[in-house]
Design a protein around this ligand. Structure first.
Ligand code: AMP
Ligand code: SF4
Length: 458
């Protein structure tokens, strides 16, 4: 089984700065690539009550009318949600606001808990009625059980320690903001200073965009509590790992973000270089598939000494509605999204660099388009290893049956997409390119950093 609740989202928060909700809106706009289905902002004003505005659509659609709080907030957290088939109702859009005796609080998270079902069962035996085993409800219900006054790092720590899986979580209470990361360090989260206050967010590009300084990553297993008294760090778990999601570097994050000290563009470019060393190819030009294949293409071209050309143009204005969850709509989506530059490609041998092959739809369409445009040879080079296993940590890489490489060799995938040759970077090549020893590579290797509980691989 693969849960229908995928949370490959983005979070952003501001504490102690006038007009916090407006700053969160700007931060979320820089995280829009992490989720376009819905977004929301929860803020606390001068009366310390937590209020919420959320809706389906882009930041510009939901918050196009101006700052939700009229400029009155000093603390706010926000969320952008990635849409998958099903579960696209506004109720699933975060943040969630909980009203308890000890005060209101709001949560916004990115990631997926693997023991949500087990925690939901335990909660129900203790008398908490849950409507779903959605991560957000589990977080909210577990925090709601905390006794001993307002939420604090001391109270949150033992709760977070029970939660297995991936989460980068922001919690806003009446007088503090907490930024927490799972003990495996699967999803990114950074904090920084802004004026006399603080910011936190999924990617550094958003923090820098609002003017943050002194930016650092929240560590795996760390709670950063931000209040009027400043920033305090608590390590809630003595067990920690460095298993950052490799797909953050490969596909998700913006190239101008730094994750755990490594710039995403630089990582992708090095992968392109490594890919050339592992799988060289003679050709007339290197073409990157916009956007996430472009950095890798630069690296491949530099290492190979083959000119980089802009052989594929992305149509930036294709409506999101064209990119739908059905296979037929996806096929149309690729053609609408990308166009080959025929006069450049005609009669040429091209190396095409993309970041990943999931179902094979994009590559197959691309190869067909490039052949129709007259390419003499098409050699696909992919800056990730073959995706063979599902992700249980919040990335929409669904059941094995949908993954073209799950049960096929590289030669078989090459035949399916119709290329003259195909090569993927190796896992070692990926780690060396990123100069990283620890990364989650589970969707390539099947070696998951956590227990999988009741989740099954098929
Ligand atoms: P496919 O057509 O199914 O093979 O998808 C491959 C394309 O999807 C690649 O060009 C990637 O840029 C992109 N991609 C990779 N991982 C994901 C993901 N988890 N969600 C959405 N798109 C993805
Ligand atoms: Fe990222 Fe893959 Fe690990 Fe999921 S399984 S967290 S997509 S590396």
């Amino acid at each position: 089984m693969f849960s229908s609740i995928h949370e490959e989202c983005g979070v952003f928060g501001v504490f102690g700065v006038e007009g916090a909700a407006g700053i969160v809106r700007t931060g979320l706009a820089y995280l829009q690539h992490r989720g376009q289905e819905g977004c929301g902002i929860a803020w606390s004003g001068r009366d310390w009550s937590v209020r919420l505005q959320k809706g389906l659509g882009l930041i510009s659609e939901v918050f196009g009318g101006g700052v939700p709080d009229g400029g009155d907030s000093v603390c706010a957290i926000g969320h952008v949600r990635y849409g998958t088939s099903g579960g696209g109702e506004v109720e699933n859009v975060q943040p969630f606001v909980f009203r308890r005796r000890f005060g209101d609080y709001a949560t916004a998270h990115n990631g997926n808990i693997v023991n949500a079902g087990e925690l939901a069962n335990a909660l129900s035996t203790r008398g908490s009625l849950l409507h779903s085993s959605s991560d957000s409800e589990v977080f909210g219900a577990l925090f709601g059980e905390c006794r001993g006054g307002a939420l604090s790092s001391r109270l949150l720590g033992p709760v977070l320690n029970q939660i297995d899986g991936a989460f980068s979580l922001l919690v806003l209470t009446r007088d503090a903001m907490f930024a927490c990361r799972d003990k495996y360090g699967l999803r990114p989260l950074s904090v920084g200073r802004l004026g006399n206050g603080y910011v936190a967010g999924s990617e550094t590009c958003a923090l820098y965009a609002v003017g943050a300084r002194d930016v650092r990553d929240v560590r795996p297993g760390e709670i950063v509590r931000i209040s009027a008294g400043g920033m305090e760090s608590t390590q809630y778990s003595s067990f920690t790992q460095n298993a950052m999601c490799a797909m953050e570097y490969i596909y998700f994050a913006r190239p101008d973000s730094d994750i755990e000290g490594i710039n995403v563009h630089a990582f992708r470019k090095e992968c392109g270089r490594a890919l050339f060393r592992e799988s060289p190819c003679g050709a007339d030009m290197v073409i990157g598939v916009p956007d996430s294949g472009l950095s890798g293409a630069m690296g491949y071209s530099e290492a190979a000494g083959i000119p980089l050309e802009q052989g594929l143009i992305k149509n930036a204005y294709v409506a999101r509605t064209f990119i739908q969850p059905t296979q037929e709509m996806r096929m149309n989506g690729v053609r609408m999204k990308l166009s080959p530059v025929g006069s450049l490609i005609k009669g040429k041998r091209v190396v095409v660099i993309d970041d990943s092959i999931v179902r094979g739809t994009t590559s197959r369409q691309l190869v067909r388009m490039l052949r129709d445009a007259g390419a003499a040879e098409i050699h696909m080079r992919i800056t990730s290893p073959p995706l063979r296993y599902p992700c249980f940590y919040g990335v929409d890489i669904s059941s094995r049956n949908e993954l073209i490489s799950a049960h096929r060799s590289t030669e078989e995938v090459c035949r399916f997409i119709g290329a003259d040759s195909l090569a993927f970077i190796s896992e070692d090549g990926l780690l060396q390119a990123g100069r990283r020893s620890g990364l989650c590579l589970a969707c390539f290797s099947g070696k998951y950093p956590t227990d999988l509980y009741s989740h099954e691989l098929e």
